[in-house]
Design a binder for this molecule. Sequence first.
Ligand SMILES: Nc1ncnc2c1ncn2[C@@H]1O[C@H](COP(=O)(O)OP(=O)(O)OP(=O)(O)O)[C@@H](O)[C@H]1O
Length: 264
Amino acid sequence: MTTHTKEEIILKAENVHLEYDNKTILRNINFSIKNIVRPGMEQGQVVSLIGRSGIGKTQLFKLLSGLQQPTSGHIHIQNDQPVRAGDMGVIFQNYYLFEWRTIHQSLMLAAKQNPALKGHETDAIKKSAADFELTDHLQKYPQQLSGGQRQRASIIQQLLKGSDFLLLDEPFSGLDACVLDKVVELLLQVSISDELKTLVIVSHDIATAIAISDTVFILGKEKDLPGATIKKEIDLIARDLAWQKNIKREKAFLETVEEIKNCL
Ligand SMILES: Nc1ncnc2c1ncn2[C@@H]1O[C@H](COP(=O)(O)OP(=O)(O)OP(=O)(O)O)[C@@H](O)[C@H]1O
């Protein structure tokens, strides 16, 4: 069993409620993400929010990103500050990029927002492009890239901005099996980079989300109550299902998939 402790809270959703036209979409959402400490190792983490189609994942995504405010309740990040638009690196499902700028120009704009890269923006872009196999595509426009290349460019764009949190909406949807494996590897690579990133992934792909995560939160409906809420938190490290290759063959993995399906 892997030893680890979960220490201070780095993101907290407290009594979050969202309504449209008096219809409850999200009800009493409470959860927190704590930093994970493993003896002798420094690393970030991957947290997944899983739920059925139409349950309210995208709405929760928007609230976590600070792009939209809840009807009531709060979302706080480090130092107990309310989350504001721009605090988190946000990667939308369609991998939004400026269509009229080359990839290099977009990445330069992002790097310039990060004070830690001042004077080293070009080197940082070169290094990220090499790490993510985009060196040959820096002078292209987004429409000249494949979906996977756009996704990687979009991730680098947010990494260069330097935010500690990366929020990804359905990063696995519409990918074939080979590309999916590459994306999973890429996201794990980001989470274990030196900068202790926290990746929050919103997904309905249960198996892939478990395979990549340290913690899973399940968004679902409770009987006779309106709207969706967090029904369960699963600590995959405690179940020895994190940081392992080939976990998809493990009995505990398959049982966890079933447990989540039954909870949705
Ligand atoms: N602007 C809006 N006004 C009213 N209802 C809305 C609005 N936006 C979303 N909804 C409703 O909120 C609910 C949750 O939508 P949301 O897009 O968050 O679902 P989801 O879990 O992301 O679904 P999917 O996995 O299919 O993308 C849906 O019932 C949707 O109709």
